[in-house]
Ligand binder design. Structure first.
Ligand SMILES: Nc1ncnc2c1ncn2[C@@H]1O[C@H](COP(=O)(O)OP(=O)(O)OP(=O)(O)O)[C@@H](O)[C@H]1O
Length: 471
């Protein structure tokens, strides 16, 4: 009597031996084959409680061949093991209704646990068409990104609200786009709103729309982002910067699935999937009462944390080549990059994360005098990290500005104002932090007029209440 019969389709003998030993220790009986042909033969001769399959097999793609298996054995759980650790493989595995997806190398105990669960929960699984999987937006195969891909695949076939967290430039918006493009709402609109970029008094009308005459300047009726996203996905970026009033209205909309335009009487039903993102740590903001706890729980149904680039250095090479390719598609000279240059890029500190790397690669594509970017080119175009460690305050500011420009590349014509705002916002926030959100004292500390401060708070979307100290 065994705990279950398992079919293991794996052509790497050493991996197969290790998995078989671990499963047999758990009381399973395991049959191993190495090809799709042998697998189909075994499946036609008997039934199995679960199948584990590799993707790259000697005679084809183990996932592409799965729909046929599904037709014949609809209730047999399938666990996919893959060394092709791309988002594409993870998504294709999930679209064939695979019970679990394990990127190699995997934790053997976790795999045994999944097999135990799969056999235990063997249940009717419906079939779904296999995906083409072209044009995957996210690049990188590091273990850190594998975790992100697995989370993405879990939310594709439902409408659960997702909260994407991570430092600025890590790819949060791209994660949201991937969920939309690969999920059931792909034929609907994807609407992104950056709440930090909208003056606080306009946020509500931006999100919910407004009726004609609702406020000074509202000369026409306008549809808000919620209504624009109807049938699709609404991406709320920088959610931590949302003013208190707008948080309350957002919560109400999420709870009821209905919105009301500013100045309007009628409630309008909307069908949107919400994906929110923030690069702030919301926990202290909740503790200080500046971010609504109930809104946090509403948004944080499925949390996806995108790791900073420094925790996935191994992705830097492939990302660098990816961006050079994109740059050439956008009309910049076609360049490649040497292995030594990739090593040099891996050693840099990417405070602006993937966005900074992207902008550096575009700059290298433009400025390089050679087709192949080598360490010399990098040194020449972006300098070395050593230069950035010069510690006099002026040069520190200069380098910080250089980095900011590289990471953000504001459009031509907006450079002066964007850079000043980038400098001014943290400065004002520093003053508010020092004075516990007291505007009069903050204005005194900064040496500017209180009215000027109030005006800048609105323009820079700074919520002074965020700095108020709890009584
Ligand atoms: N894994 C990735 N593969 C390919 N491109 C990426 C990846 N991650 C990020 N990018 C690119 O890097 C840039 C920054 O990504 P994105 O705007 O998604 O970051 P973000 O985390 O939303 O930033 P912020 O918090 O500042 O809004 C974009 O051009 C995006 O296309």
């Amino acid at each position: 009597m065994t705990n279950g019969d398992i079919l293991l389709v794996e052509d790497d003998k050493s991996i197969a031996t290790v998995i078989m030993a671990a499963l047999e220790d758990e009381g399973f009986s395991v049959a191993n084959c190495e090809s799709i042909e042998a697998r189909d033969r075994l499946l036609s001769q008997g039934s199995y409680d679960a199948m584990l399959t590799d993707v790259m097999l000697t005679d084809g793609d183990g996932i592409a061949a799965l729909p046929k298996v599904r037709e014949q054995h609809p209730t047999m759980p399938v666990i996919v093991l893959s060394a092709q650790n791309t988002l594409d493989t993870a998504v294709r595995a999930s679209e064939t209704q695979a019970f679990e997806y394990f990127p190699k190398p995997f934790d053997l105990d976790e795999l045994v646990k999944a097999v135990r669960q799969a056999v235990g929960q063997r249940q009717e699984a419906d079939t779904s068409p296999a995906a083409e999987g072209d044009g995957m937006p996210l690049v990188g195969r590091s273990p850190a990104m594998q975790g992100v891909y697995r989370m993405i695949t879990r939310v594709l076939r439902n409408d659960l609200t997702v909260l994407v967290t991570g430092e600025s430039g890590t790819g949060k918006e791209l994660v949201a786009e991937a969920i939309h493009q690969l999920g059931a709402r792909k034929s609907g609109p994807f609407v992104a709103v950056n709440t930090a970029a909208i003056p606080s008094e306009l946020i509500e009308s931006e999100l919910f729309g407004h009726e004609k005459g609702a406020f000074t300047g509202a000369t026409n009726q306008a549809i808000g982002k919620f209504e624009q996203a109807n049938g699709g996905t609404l991406f709320l970026d920088e959610i931590g910067d949302m003013p208190a009033e707008a948080q309350t209205r957002l919560l109400r909309a999420l709870q009821s699935g209905r919105i009301r335009r500013v100045g309007g009487r009628q409630e309008i039903a909307v069908d949107v999937r919400i994906i929110a993102a923030t690069n702030r740590d919301l926990a202290p903001m909740i503790a200080a009462g500046t971010f609504r706890e109930d809104l946090f729980y509403r948004l944080n149904v499925v949390p996806i944390e995108v790791p900073p680039l420094r925790e996935r250095n191994e992705d830097i090479g492939v990302l660098a080549s990816h961006f050079l390719h994109l740059a050439s598609e956008e009309g910049l000279p076609r360049r490649s990059i040497s292995d030594e240059a990739k090593v040099m890029l891996r050693e840099r500190k990417w405070r602006g994360n993937v966005r900074e790397l992207r902008n550096v690669m575009y700059r290298l594509a433009l400025m390089s005098r050679k087709d192949v970017i080598d360490p010399g080119t990098i040194e020449e175009v972006i300098g070395s990290e050593k230069a950035a460690s010069d510690s006099s305050p002026e040069t520190a500011f200069g380098h910080a500005l250089e980095q900011w420009l590289t990471a953000n590349s504001p459009p031509s014509g907006a450079l002066y104002h964007s850079a000043l705002a980038a400098f001014e916002k943290p400065l004002i926030e520093h003053a508010l932090g020092k004075t516990g959100g007291n505007q009069l004292r903050a204005a005194g500390l900064l040496g500017i007029n209180r009215n000027t401060l109030r005006k800048r708070l609105g323009e820079l979307a700074i919520d002074p209440d965020r700095f108020a100290r709890p009584l």
